[in-house]
Design a protein around this ligand. Sequence first.
Ligand code: SAM
Length: 235
Amino acid sequence: MTKYGKFIGVGVGPGDPSMLTLKAVDVLKKVDYIFEAVGKNSKESISSKIVSAIEGITAIKIPLVFSMSRSHSQRKEAWVKNALLVCDKLKDGKDVAFVTIGDPLIYSTYTYLMKEVLNIIADIKVETIPGITSFQYSASRKNMPIVEDEETLMLLPAWKEEIVNLDLVKKADTVVCLKTYRTRNAIIDILQNSGKNNLLYAQRVGLEDEKISNSLDEIKKTSVEYLSHLIGRKK
Ligand SMILES: C[S@@+](CC[C@H](N)C(=O)[O-])C[C@H]1O[C@@H](n2cnc3c(N)ncnc32)[C@H](O)[C@@H]1O
């Protein structure tokens, strides 16, 4: 009977290697291969830089390029192609990790890759190692409670303004908007109009050039950044 390797999704936190969990470090030191998502024209990503900071890794690192196209079929084509590469190693009985920034189950390529891996080999063993998300990290830097008592939390992929509409954000006490990019200033207005008076903007957290600020009117004047998010809280 074929003994397949294990497929492990590892969250490596937002950027600062000291935010790696002991479990993530342990797993990354034990696996045979570490697959890392990289941009089309780069060899390294933030997750691969975090992994490079861990001493004692012997795994072979393999970069994977994913499509960022708006076309679902093009993205799917890349998930399948990369899943086949992962499955080649799993079929050889090798343990494989796929690293992802923040947590692997929050807006991550990992979940799509995992589904395609399971489509190819249904009885593969999968394990997911959680990671500290970017917004937990930024809130902690400002000692900002995310939710208390009976408060509710809403998490939104804010790359399209339509997703962050006033009626929707009014429904939660705290709203976290990830993927704020060109939409950033419009979203700040919406959060303010919904009564979220405690606002936090965070960009590239955990990295050398991080910016975390509560002065949203000032932030509006600065250039936008893909790796950024907003947290709006009523209190
Ligand atoms: C594809 S999602 C990945 C989310 C990730 N899995 C998590 O748990 O944070 C990418 C978005 O996460 C947020 N993000 C991830 N890392 C960040 C960082 N270091 N600083 C600020 N925002 C970050 C940004 O909103 C970015 O657009």
